[in-house]
Design a protein around this ligand. Structure first.
Ligand SMILES: *Cc1c(COP(=O)(O)O)cnc(C)c1O
Length: 435
């Protein structure tokens, strides 16, 4: 029996049940993944005790000689993984990393241009209930409703919008966009209007690291990410600069006769700008996950994630489901359920009864509210980590279809649940509760 189990059964029991839930169910939330035991072990260490404000070699506290090693290793690996000049591995989360981007390049009230939240964008790209929408003036570009570009971004319209609103910053990146981005075209627009170009690759970092998607780093002034989605590390964030350069657009006036580098501005926006002490146990776990991502295995994993998503998309389409943009080029797809007579909310709830976890999601030009929605978002990263291949994912589509065509039939749902458990049992996940 673990120390935690005997001392605090209340918390232990809930943890045990959550691990069981992860072991037994189909996890199709596109932003989730399963980390390795090594990553979990690094997270559960005494590094959580250490204050390490500042950067390696320049800390505000004593006793940092070993956490310095950890953070240096994390930074070196991240730079190798993304072939970039500079990273900061301290952001506690994706949202926290993004806050540092705004703090670096924008003054409150400044205008930025990002992907419409209702078209796949993220809360931190200007939602009215998020700091980004409260402090800054958000303008949007979106995806096309019809025509050959339906469901995708028309770069001519992005340019028109940028020329009209003259943003100080343009953001790229999404939480529910099934296609890739043309970073060169975005950069040309940013240069034309004198804007900073920022890519938030929170969802796609793993695919970008292995070359499965276009690389934003040669084109963007700054890139932010989470570390826990397709990158398969611990929950956290990171900032990257492809090619560091003297910053002419940041708000900081030249000090001591020279312009600051973008990387210096970003470092100070993370600390002391946004955060206090970094979570060093999490930084250690990030280092471990970056090592895993540098191995050839990870390239094979990402290839499988993308192949599996394509196979799933094809299977959905053959069953009469309508996919935003007609399919996927990455790890996720957005299913528009309007022709199926079920809302995203009801679909999510019915699938949950069969222990199939997805999330309801707005589709572009949705007529339902964000609490109901007309779609669901489905992704392959987590179940691919468990070893699911194309055959398993085709079976998963069959199971989803059986639930969505009989959403109130408890017997049908119970039989799907039984098959979900069998499928999961053939691809074991965690055989421990506490690592
Ligand atoms: C997930 C996500 C984030 C936020 O990450 P958190 O760690 O949940 O704060 C930011 N941007 C995009 C595009 C995301 O998908």
């Amino acid at each position: 029996m673990s120390e935690l189990q005997s001392r605090d059964p209340e918390v232990y029991d809930a943890i045990e049940k959550e691990v069981e839930r992860q072991n037994n169910g189909l996890e199709l939330i596109a932003s989730e993944n399963f980390v390795s035991r090594s990553v979990l072990e690094a997270l559960g260490t005494a590094l959580t005790n250490k204050y390490a404000e500042g950067l390696p070699g320049k800390r505000y506290y004593g006793g940092c000689q070993f956490v310095d090693v950890v953070e240096d290793v994390a930074r070196d690996r991240a730079k190798r993984l993304f072939k970039c000049d500079w990273v900061n591995v301290q952001p506690h989360s994706g949202a926290s990393a993004n806050a540092s981007v705004y703090l670096t390049f924008m003054e409150p009230g400044d205008t930025f241009l990002g992907l419409d939240l209702a078209h796949g964008g993220h809360l931190t790209h200007g939602s009215a209930v998020n700091f980004s929408g409260i402090l800054y003036n958000a303008e949007y570009y979106g995806v096309e409703k019809d025509g050959p570009l339906a469901g995708t971004i028309d770069m001519n319209k992005v340019r028109d919008k940028a020329l009209a609103v003259r943003p100080k910053m343009i953001s790229i990146g999404a939480s529910a966009y099934p296609r890739d981005f043309d970073y060169k075209a975005f950069r040309d627009i940013a240069d034309e209007v004198g804007a900073v170009l920022w890519m938030d690759m929170a969802h796609t970092a793993g695919l970008i690291a292995t070359g499965a998607l276009n690389d934003p780093l040669p084109h963007c002034h700054v890139v932010s990410t989470t570390t826990h989605k397709t990158l398969r590390g611990p929950r956290g964030g990171m900032l990257l600069v492809g090619r560091d350069y003297e910053n002419t657009m940041g708000k900081t006036a030249p000090k001591s006769g020279r312009l600051k580098m973008t990387s210096e501005l970003l470092d100070s926006a993370v600390f002391p700008g946004m955060q206090g002490g970094p979570l060093m146990h999490s930084v250690a776990a990030k280092a471990v996950s970056f090592r895993e991502a540098l191995e050839p295995d990870f390239g094979a994993y990402i290839d499988a994630v993308v192949r599996n998503a394509s196979a799933m998309a094809t299977a959905f389409v053959s069953k009469g489901y309508s996919l935003v943009s007609g399919g996927t080029s990455n790890h996720l797809m957005l299913i528009d359920l309007r022709n199926k007579g079920i809302s995203g909310k009801d679909a999510e709830a019915a699938l949950q009864k069969a222990e199939i976890t997805v999330n309801k999601n707005m589709v572009p030009f949705d007529d339902r509210s964000p609490f109901v929605t007309s779609g669901i978002r489905v992704g392959t990263p987590a179940m691919t980590t468990r070893g699911f291949g194309e055959d398993e994912f085709k079976t998963v589509v069959d199971l989803i279809d059986r639930v969505l065509t009989n959403p109130t039939d408890d017997n049908a749902i119970a039989s799907v649940r039984g098959e979900v458990h069998e499928l999961c049992a053939r691809h074991p996940l965690y055989d421990f509760v506490i690592s």
